[in-house]
Design a protein around this ligand. Structure first.
Ligand code: SF4
Length: 192
Protein backbone atom coordinates (compact mmCIF):
# COMPACT_ATOMS: atom_id res chain seq x y z
CA UNK A 1 0.00 0.00 0.00
CA UNK A 2 1.38 3.40 -0.97
CA UNK A 3 -0.84 6.30 0.05
CA UNK A 4 1.37 8.91 -1.65
CA UNK A 5 1.06 7.17 -5.00
CA UNK A 6 -2.66 6.64 -4.47
CA UNK A 7 -3.20 10.32 -3.69
CA UNK A 8 -1.16 11.31 -6.76
CA UNK A 9 -3.28 9.07 -9.01
CA UNK A 10 -6.51 10.36 -7.47
CA UNK A 11 -5.37 13.99 -7.98
CA UNK A 12 -4.75 13.23 -11.67
CA UNK A 13 -8.21 11.69 -12.01
CA UNK A 14 -9.91 14.77 -10.53
CA UNK A 15 -8.72 16.95 -13.42
CA UNK A 16 -8.71 14.34 -16.21
CA UNK A 17 -10.09 15.27 -19.64
CA UNK A 18 -8.69 12.31 -21.57
CA UNK A 19 -12.14 11.44 -22.89
CA UNK A 20 -15.31 13.54 -23.43
CA UNK A 21 -16.88 12.22 -20.22
CA UNK A 22 -14.52 14.46 -18.27
CA UNK A 23 -16.37 17.50 -19.66
CA UNK A 24 -19.91 16.13 -19.54
CA UNK A 25 -19.78 14.89 -15.93
CA UNK A 26 -20.52 17.02 -12.87
CA UNK A 27 -17.86 15.40 -10.71
CA UNK A 28 -15.14 12.88 -11.33
CA UNK A 29 -15.77 9.96 -8.99
CA UNK A 30 -12.26 9.07 -8.00
CA UNK A 31 -12.89 6.19 -5.62
CA UNK A 32 -13.22 6.06 -1.88
CA UNK A 33 -12.27 4.05 1.13
CA UNK A 34 -9.44 2.57 3.08
CA UNK A 35 -6.11 2.92 1.31
CA UNK A 36 -4.94 -0.20 3.19
CA UNK A 37 -8.01 -2.24 2.27
CA UNK A 38 -7.72 -6.01 1.90
CA UNK A 39 -11.03 -6.01 0.03
CA UNK A 40 -11.58 -3.79 -2.99
CA UNK A 41 -14.74 -3.50 -5.09
CA UNK A 42 -14.64 -2.50 -8.73
CA UNK A 43 -17.92 -1.17 -10.11
CA UNK A 44 -18.75 -0.02 -13.61
CA UNK A 45 -19.17 3.77 -13.72
CA UNK A 46 -20.78 6.56 -11.69
CA UNK A 47 -24.55 6.95 -11.90
CA UNK A 48 -26.62 10.09 -11.36
CA UNK A 49 -26.15 10.39 -7.59
CA UNK A 50 -22.48 9.52 -7.74
CA UNK A 51 -21.98 12.15 -10.44
CA UNK A 52 -23.73 14.78 -8.31
CA UNK A 53 -21.84 13.98 -5.10
CA UNK A 54 -18.50 12.72 -6.41
CA UNK A 55 -18.88 9.65 -4.16
CA UNK A 56 -19.06 6.04 -5.38
CA UNK A 57 -22.14 3.93 -4.62
CA UNK A 58 -24.14 6.61 -2.83
CA UNK A 59 -27.53 6.11 -4.54
CA UNK A 60 -29.94 3.17 -4.56
CA UNK A 61 -27.23 0.70 -5.56
CA UNK A 62 -25.09 2.09 -2.74
CA UNK A 63 -27.80 1.35 -0.20
CA UNK A 64 -27.98 -2.22 -1.49
CA UNK A 65 -24.20 -2.47 -1.24
CA UNK A 66 -24.31 -1.24 2.38
CA UNK A 67 -26.86 -3.95 3.27
CA UNK A 68 -24.72 -6.58 1.59
CA UNK A 69 -21.57 -5.37 3.31
CA UNK A 70 -23.23 -5.87 6.69
CA UNK A 71 -23.87 -9.47 5.70
CA UNK A 72 -20.24 -9.90 4.67
CA UNK A 73 -18.93 -8.61 7.99
CA UNK A 74 -17.07 -5.72 6.33
CA UNK A 75 -17.73 -2.02 6.90
CA UNK A 76 -17.41 0.72 4.31
CA UNK A 77 -14.39 2.07 6.17
CA UNK A 78 -12.65 -1.31 5.82
CA UNK A 79 -12.89 -1.48 2.04
CA UNK A 80 -12.01 0.55 -1.04
CA UNK A 81 -14.51 1.17 -3.85
CA UNK A 82 -13.38 2.10 -7.35
CA UNK A 83 -14.93 2.05 -10.79
CA UNK A 84 -13.86 1.11 -14.29
CA UNK A 85 -14.81 4.63 -15.47
CA UNK A 86 -14.37 7.61 -13.18
CA UNK A 87 -16.89 9.86 -14.99
CA UNK A 88 -20.57 9.24 -15.65
CA UNK A 89 -21.56 8.13 -19.16
CA UNK A 90 -24.60 10.17 -20.28
CA UNK A 91 -27.93 8.56 -19.33
CA UNK A 92 -25.97 5.73 -17.68
CA UNK A 93 -25.20 4.11 -21.02
CA UNK A 94 -22.63 1.34 -21.13
CA UNK A 95 -18.97 2.34 -21.12
CA UNK A 96 -17.43 2.48 -24.60
CA UNK A 97 -14.30 0.45 -25.35
CA UNK A 98 -12.27 3.59 -26.02
CA UNK A 99 -13.34 5.10 -22.68
CA UNK A 100 -12.36 1.90 -20.86
CA UNK A 101 -9.00 1.91 -22.60
CA UNK A 102 -8.32 5.52 -21.64
CA UNK A 103 -9.59 5.34 -18.07
CA UNK A 104 -8.48 1.98 -16.72
CA UNK A 105 -4.80 2.89 -16.28
CA UNK A 106 -6.08 4.88 -13.28
CA UNK A 107 -7.79 1.80 -11.85
CA UNK A 108 -4.67 -0.27 -12.42
CA UNK A 109 -2.65 2.38 -10.59
CA UNK A 110 -5.12 2.31 -7.69
CA UNK A 111 -4.88 -1.48 -7.50
CA UNK A 112 -1.08 -1.35 -7.51
CA UNK A 113 -1.05 1.29 -4.77
CA UNK A 114 -3.59 -0.43 -2.51
CA UNK A 115 -2.61 -4.05 -3.23
CA UNK A 116 -5.87 -5.64 -2.03
CA UNK A 117 -6.02 -9.35 -1.28
CA UNK A 118 -9.54 -9.76 -2.67
CA UNK A 119 -11.00 -7.93 -5.66
CA UNK A 120 -14.77 -8.17 -6.07
CA UNK A 121 -15.88 -7.27 -9.58
CA UNK A 122 -19.38 -5.83 -9.74
CA UNK A 123 -21.05 -6.56 -13.07
CA UNK A 124 -19.90 -7.66 -16.50
CA UNK A 125 -17.64 -4.74 -17.48
CA UNK A 126 -15.71 -5.01 -14.25
CA UNK A 127 -15.49 -8.81 -14.46
CA UNK A 128 -14.15 -8.72 -18.03
CA UNK A 129 -11.57 -6.04 -17.36
CA UNK A 130 -10.22 -7.44 -14.10
CA UNK A 131 -10.13 -11.06 -15.22
CA UNK A 132 -8.35 -10.14 -18.46
CA UNK A 133 -5.92 -7.91 -16.59
CA UNK A 134 -4.96 -10.74 -14.23
CA UNK A 135 -4.54 -13.44 -16.88
CA UNK A 136 -7.90 -15.10 -16.40
CA UNK A 137 -9.40 -14.41 -19.85
CA UNK A 138 -9.97 -18.12 -20.42
CA UNK A 139 -12.21 -18.26 -17.33
CA UNK A 140 -14.54 -15.42 -18.34
CA UNK A 141 -18.15 -16.53 -18.70
CA UNK A 142 -21.49 -14.78 -18.33
CA UNK A 143 -21.89 -13.44 -14.80
CA UNK A 144 -24.75 -15.88 -14.16
CA UNK A 145 -22.24 -18.74 -14.38
CA UNK A 146 -19.30 -17.35 -12.42
CA UNK A 147 -20.79 -15.07 -9.74
CA UNK A 148 -19.66 -15.99 -6.23
CA UNK A 149 -16.74 -18.12 -7.47
CA UNK A 150 -13.17 -17.42 -6.51
CA UNK A 151 -10.46 -17.15 -9.15
CA UNK A 152 -6.75 -17.05 -8.40
CA UNK A 153 -4.59 -15.29 -11.02
CA UNK A 154 -1.85 -17.59 -12.33
CA UNK A 155 0.93 -15.09 -11.55
CA UNK A 156 -0.48 -13.70 -8.29
CA UNK A 157 -1.38 -16.70 -6.17
CA UNK A 158 -2.13 -14.57 -3.09
CA UNK A 159 -4.84 -12.54 -4.83
CA UNK A 160 -8.44 -13.71 -5.05
CA UNK A 161 -10.90 -12.40 -7.61
CA UNK A 162 -14.63 -12.81 -7.14
CA UNK A 163 -17.18 -11.84 -9.80
CA UNK A 164 -20.50 -10.61 -8.41
CA UNK A 165 -23.72 -9.30 -9.84
CA UNK A 166 -23.88 -5.51 -9.71
CA UNK A 167 -25.90 -4.31 -6.66
CA UNK A 168 -27.96 -2.15 -9.05
CA UNK A 169 -29.49 -5.40 -10.35
CA UNK A 170 -31.54 -5.52 -7.12
CA UNK A 171 -33.16 -2.17 -7.94
CA UNK A 172 -34.51 -3.69 -11.18
CA UNK A 173 -35.22 -7.16 -9.80
CA UNK A 174 -35.60 -7.52 -5.99
CA UNK A 175 -35.16 -11.30 -6.31
CA UNK A 176 -31.50 -10.68 -7.05
CA UNK A 177 -30.91 -9.73 -3.42
CA UNK A 178 -30.95 -13.32 -2.18
CA UNK A 179 -28.36 -14.31 -4.81
CA UNK A 180 -26.09 -11.43 -3.87
CA UNK A 181 -26.64 -12.13 -0.18
CA UNK A 182 -25.40 -15.69 -0.57
CA UNK A 183 -22.30 -14.51 -2.43
CA UNK A 184 -21.52 -11.77 0.10
CA UNK A 185 -21.88 -14.28 2.94
CA UNK A 186 -18.96 -16.16 1.41
CA UNK A 187 -16.71 -13.14 1.92
CA UNK A 188 -16.91 -13.79 5.67
CA UNK A 189 -15.04 -17.04 5.25
CA UNK A 190 -12.31 -15.96 2.86
CA UNK A 191 -9.07 -15.49 4.80
CA UNK A 192 -7.11 -12.31 4.04
S1 SF4 B 1 -13.83 8.80 -17.73
FE1 SF4 B 1 -11.71 8.45 -17.11
S2 SF4 B 1 -10.50 8.92 -18.95
FE2 SF4 B 1 -12.51 9.84 -19.24
S3 SF4 B 1 -12.23 11.93 -18.48
FE3 SF4 B 1 -13.05 10.70 -16.79
S4 SF4 B 1 -11.23 10.07 -15.65
FE4 SF4 B 1 -10.54 10.76 -17.67
Amino acid sequence: MDTTILEKINSEIRVCRKCPLGDSCTNHVVGEGNSKADLLFVGEAPGKNEDLTGKPFCGKAGRVLDQLLKISGYKREDIYIANILKCRPPKNRNPKLEEIKLCTPYLVGQLEAIQPKIICCLGNFSVSFIMEKFGLSNKIQPIGKIHGKIFIPPKMRLLKIMPLYHPASVTYNPNMFSILKKDFQMLKNIPV
